[in-house]
Design a binder for this molecule. Structure first.
Ligand code: SF4
Length: 366
C-alpha cells in the first residue's frame, strides 16, 4: 500500500503539474504556437488517464490522443465472423471475456452462445488445454488476439499441447506487433503525433531498446511510463523536457519493471513458434509484418489452416467511427453514436465494449 501511495502523492502531483505547465509554455513558444500531441498506445494507459483525470490538469497546449493500444479494438470484425463460423461448425470456442460482446456481421459471440453454441470464457489461455483434455472427441479453438503482452501466454498453448500430446486444440491467431503500428501511424499524413507514451506491458516483453528506430526515424520522444498517476505525469514531463531541449531519445521511466532488452523467455517462445506476418488492423488496415503467424511446422495448431478458413475484412457497423478513434483522429464524443445509440450496455463498436477501449473510458470517466 505504501508503494502505491508513493505514486499517488498529491503534493508530488502538484509539483509535477506546475513543472508540466512551465515546460509546456516553453515548448509552445518554440513550436510557434503549435499544440503538442502525445499518443498513448496502451489501453491500460487510456483507462488510467481517464480514471485519474490527467487531461483535466494539463495545459490546453498539450493534448493526449488514444492510439491503437486496446487488443480487442484493433481486431478486425471479420475475425469475430470467423470465430462464429467455427462455433457453428460445432467447435468449442474459448476466449477472453471482452471478445464475447464485440459485434460481428451477424451477431456477437455472446449471441452465438445464447443460440446454443459452445462459447467459453477463460481467464487463462491454458484453460483451453484443460477443456481439450476433458473433451478428446471435440475440437477446441482459443481466440488468440493481442499484442506481445498476451502472445506469450497464448502461444504456450502450443508449447504445452506438444509436451502433453494434445492434438484437439488450436488457435485462431490475430496477434499484433506494436512497433510496425507506430511506423504506420507516423506515416499517415492526417495524424499529427509529436511523442509516444509507450505501452508498459508490451515494453516488458520487447524491451525499451525496441523503440529506438522510432526515435531515430521521426525525431520524437518515446517515453515508457507505468500506470499510476505520477507515472503518467512523469512520462508527460519527460516528453516535454525532450521537446524543450530538442534532444529526443527512448526514456524508460518504468525501469522498475521494463528492461532495455525485454523478457528473454517470452521472446524465445515467440521465436520458436511464430514468424512475422502481415496483419489487418481495424482502422489502420493491412500493415506489412505487423502480426505473427504460427510457423509452418506448427500449422496443425493454427485454426485457419486446420479448418480451411480464410479471415476476411469485416463490416463496420453503420455510423461507428472506431477506426478513426483508434488512430487518434477522432475523440470518442465526436462519434454521433456516443452515449446515445452506443453505450457500454449496448455497444455498437469494440471501443465501447472493451474495458480498455477509448470510448468506454470516455463514457465512464467523462
Ligand atoms: S461511440 Fe461506439 S460507435 Fe462510436 S466509435 Fe465509439 S464504439 Fe464505435
Amino acid at each position: 500500500m505504501k508503494y502505491i501511495d508513493g505514486f499517488r502523492n498529491p503534493e508530488a502531483a502538484a509539483v509535477l503539474r506546475r513543472q508540466i505547465h512551465a515546460l509546456a509554455g516553453e515548448v509552445h513558444l518554440q513550436r510557434s504556437g503549435r499544440a503538442l500531441h502525445i499518443m498513448e498506445v496502451c489501453g491500460t494507459h487510456t483507462m488510467a488517464i481517464g480514471r485519474y483525470g490527467i487531461r483535466t490538469i494539463l495545459p490546453d497546449t498539450v493534448s493526449l490522443l488514444s492510439g491503437p493500444g486496446c487488443p480487442v479494438c484493433v481486431t478486425d470484425s471479420g475475425y469475430i465472423d470467423a470465430a462464429i463460423a467455427l462455433a457453428e461448425r460445432g467447435l468449442i470456442i474459448c476466449t477472453f471475456g471482452d471478445m464475447v460482446h464485440v459485434p460481428g456481421r451477424r451477431s456477437t459471440l455472446a449471441g452465438c452462445r445464447s443460440a446454443g453454441y459452445d462459447i467459453r470464457t477463460c481467464y487463462s489461455p491454458l484453460e483451453a488445454l484443460d477443456i481439450a483434455k476433458q473433451h478428446p472427441e471435440r475440437e477446441v479453438v482459443f481466440l488468440g488476439i493481442g499484442f506481445e503482452t498476451t502472445i506469450g501466454p497464448v502461444i504456450s498453448i502450443v508449447d504445452q499441447a506438444l509436451k502433453k500430446q494434445i492434438s484437439n486444440v488450436s488457435i485462431l491467431t490475430a496477434f499484433k506487433r506494436v512497433i510496425p503500428a507506430l511506423h504506420a501511424l507516423m506515416g499517415d499524413p492526417e495524424i499529427q503525433i509529436d511523442a509516444f507514451l509507450c505501452p508498459a506491458h508490451v515494453s516488458v516483453v520487447i524491451g525499451a531498446a525496441a523503440y529506438q528506430g522510432i526515435v531515430d526515424t521521426y525525431h520524437i520522444p518515446c517515453v515508457i511510463a507505468g500506470f499510476e498517476p505520477l507515472d503518467i505525469l512523469y512520462g508527460i514531463d519527460g516528453i516535454l523536457r525532450q521537446w524543450a531541449d530538442r534532444a529526443f531519445c527512448v526514456d524508460n521511466q518504468y525501469n522498475r519493471v521494463v528492461t532495455d532488452t525485454g523478457n528473454p523467455f517470452i521472446q524465445a517462445l515467440m521465436q520458436t513458434y511464430l514468424q512475422p506476418a502481415d496483419a489487418s488492423w481495424r482502422g489502420l488496415g493491412a500493415i506489412s509484418a505487423s502480426g505473427w503467424d504460427l510457423k509452418e511446422e506448427y500449422a496443425r495448431f493454427d485454426a485457419c489452416r486446420k479448418f480451411d478458413l480464410t479471415l476476411t475484412a469485416g463490416q463496420v457497423p453503420n455510423g461507428c467511427r472506431c477506426g478513426d478513434v483508434i488512430k487518434g483522429k477522432l475523440a470518442p464524443r465526436e462519434c454521433l453514436l456516443f452515449g446515445t445509440v452506443c453505450t457500454p450496455s449496448n455497444p455498437v463498436g469494440p471501443c465501447m465494449v472493451s474495458t480498455e477501449g477509448s470510448c468506454a473510458a470516455a463514457y465512464r470517466y467523462g
